[in-house]
Design a protein around this ligand. Structure first.
Ligand SMILES: [Zn+2]
Ligand SMILES: [Zn+2]
Length: 128
């Protein structure tokens, strides 16, 4: 890493946020991890970005004016060409680069009848 804020995985360069390898290296050399995050994520940069007035851009030349009398009746507007893809829609979101799935520990089923685990009340076979 050598303070160059780069990594062969390219994640550090792309996101300007240290990747897991950089974090591991920083921890080893006792470098503050938050100091490796780029200045563009700082509050100062954020404030600077929104400090000025943002005006809407209007391109008058590209606006086509429709007249209410004849042209509207001739105008045929069809719904957009869209088709539902086959199959069941996916439940899991496609992760962005540098994002990874956090392992959520599975909750153990506890039976309310015998307080045993691995089954529930309905499937309980323990004799009481
Ligand atoms: Zn890396
Ligand atoms: Zn049970």
């Amino acid at each position: 890493m050598q303070r160059q804020k780069t990594c062969t995985c390219n994640e550090f360069q792309a996101l300007k946020i240290p990747c897991m390898h950089a974090i591991a290296a920083a921890t080893r050399y006792k470098i503050r991890i938050d100091s490796l995050v780029d200045q563009c994520y700082s509050r100062t940069a954020y404030r600077e970005a929104y400090s000025k007035i943002i005006n809407p851009v209007v391109e008058y030349e590209s606006i086509e004016i429709l007249f209410s009398d004849s042209s509207v009746s001739e105008l045929e507007i069809n719904p957009p060409a869209s088709r539902r893809p086959p199959g069941r829609p996916r439940k899991n979101r496609i992760l962005s680069r540098g994002e990874f799935q956090m392992r959520v520990p599975k909750r153990r089923t506890v039976c309310s009848r015998c307080k045993g685990s691995g089954h529930n009340r309905a499937t309980c076979k323990v004799a009481i």
